[in-house]
Design a protein around this ligand. Structure first.
Ligand SMILES: O=C(O)C1=C[C@@H](OP(=O)(O)O)[C@@H](O)[C@H](O)C1
Ligand SMILES: C=C(OP(=O)(O)O)C(=O)O
Length: 440
């Protein structure tokens, strides 16, 4: 489908069972593959990003069995992949590409890793530089600093019993995640020092929590220095269930807050390990009514102000919720004033340059947008959203999902809606179960 026309919607109400978290799914797939023992995974996300991880693991010789629609059995390889020569295509999945580079670079095989053209524009030098300190043998096959990559057998630089490595934290937290997940394979004590400011920190907490499920404990000092004690091995916990995706929850919660609601999402709640649950707090700050249980969150509109607006503008540092912050940018169209979203420079390096894309598309709906190096300042249109805007999505699932919310203010056309397959293939079907077009 080349585009999807969404009619103006007025009533938004209902309950959605969320698909599994992308970030948890890809982490536990890799850890289950590396572990000793067999892991049964329940509620895995079915999407392009997890499909790439599953295919790569199968190519590397891991026994992967789908036991039910979203359930898998993974037979762990206890530290060494059986296949020592492979070409892996990983699409645009950062959560597959970066950890696999780190893990494979500590093994004794020949591997080539590539992705879609955009993946070849997403930087990886900070991770490669860190791995080279250990003796990894990685070459750039295209532009220096970017995928595709060739990995040759590991020849350790460090003869002693401690690996010490420095990694930059200010471009993507996925580089630190990749090192953390890979280094226990060495069996040595590892010390990782983060240089520069660590961005997207909740994703590191998520990494440590998943490693802990597989029996590896990491100590850290103020998120600057991480120590993996010697002789820790990944061991299967037997069974694991994947939480619902907190970033995917943001679109439905936003719909509830803009369009009366209530909208309830199930699968994620106050006990979640995902940083993006804190999107709910931002929404509450904007005036939405939020309630939460252990495994659910519900959002509905608060009280209208004198101008008939439910939602207040906010000024927020969004570094801790880089993905869900995109949803806030579209909610800003419905707020009573100027919204500032700060500290989001990493947006430029994701599925597209999200700062540029977001500014361009918000303007099509009538907003005035100031695009800074690391912020967006969004002034909503005074007289409602411009109807019948055609929104480009830049092969970015989150652009498509965020801008679907515009239909709560005006009819809108979403180009190339199928890009949601990266993390949420049936997003639009699920949305249509909640959002009811205005009946004339
Ligand atoms: O580790 C992860 O699962 C992720 C980390 C974040 O990336 P950055 O660390 O590059 O901000 C986030 O945007 C991405 O969707 C998933
Ligand atoms: C940045 C994202 O993906 P990736 O895991 O490919 O970095 C995202 O899902 O918003």
């Amino acid at each position: 489908m080349k585009w999807l026309d969404l009619p103006l919607a007025k009533k938004v109400q209902g309950t959605i069972r969320l698909p599994g978290s992308k970030s948890i799914s890809n982490r536990i797939l890799l850890l289950a593959a590396l572990a000793q023992g067999t892991t049964q995974i329940h509620d895995l996300l079915a999407s392009d990003d997890t499909g790439h991880m599953l295919d790569a693991l199968a190519q590397l010789g891991v026994m992967v069995t789908q036991t039910e629609k979203n359930n898998y059995r993974i037979c762990g390889i206890n530290g060494t992949f059986p296949v020592t020569d492979a070409d892996l295509f990983l699409g645009n999945a950062g959560t597959a590409f970066r950890p696999l580079v780190a893990v494979l670079s500590l093994m004794h095989g020949h591997y080539r890793l590539s992705g879609v053209p955009r993946m070849h524009e997403r930087p990886i030098a900070d991770l490669v530089d860190a791995l080279r300190q250990l003796g990894s043998n990685i070459n750039y096959l295209g532009n220096p600093g970017f995928p595709p990559l060739e990995i040759k057998p590991f020849s350790p630089h460090i003869i002693g019993d401690t690996h010490a490595v420095r990694v930059k934290g200010n471009v993507s937290s996925q580089f630190l995640t990749a090192l953390l997940m890979a280094l226990p394979l060495s069996g040595k004590k590892s010390i990782i020092e983060v240089t520069g400011t660590l961005i997207s920190q909740p994703y590191i907490e998520l990494t440590l929590a998943q490693m802990q499920h597989f029996g590896v404990l990491v100590e850290h000092t103020n998120w600057r220095q991480f120590v993996i004690p010697t002789q820790q091995k990944y061991r299967s916990p037997g069974h694991l269930s994947v939480e619902g995706d907190a970033s995917s929850a943001s679109y439905f919660l936003a719909a509830g807050a803009i369009g009366n609601g209530p909208v309830k999402v199930e699968g994620v709640g106050c006990n979640s390990v995902q940083g993006d649950v804190r999107f709910a707090a931002a929404l509450e700050q904007m005036g939405a009514k939020i309630s939460m249980g252990e495994n659910w969150i519900e959002a509905s509109s608060g009280n209208k102000d004198v101008n008939g607006k439910f939602l207040h503008a906010i000024d927020l540092d969004c570094n801790h919720i880089p993905d869900a912050a995109m949803t806030l940018a579209v909610i800003a169209l419905f707020a009573d004033g100027v919204t500032m979203l700060r500290n989001i420079a990493s947006w430029r390096l994701k599925e597209t340059d999200r700062l540029a894309a977001m500014s361009t598309e918000l303007r099509k709906l009538g907003a005035s947008v100031e695009e800074g190096a690391d912020y967006l300042r969004i002034t909503p249109p005074i007289h409602g959203l411009t109807p019948h805007a055609t929104i480009d999505t830049y092969d970015d699932h989150r652009m498509a999902m965020c801008f679907s919310l515009a239909c709560l203010g005006a009819p809108v056309r979403i180009n190339d809606p199928q890009c949601v397959a990266k993390t949420f293939p049936d997003y639009f079907e699920r949305l249509s179960q909640l959002v009811h077009p205005e009946i004339k």
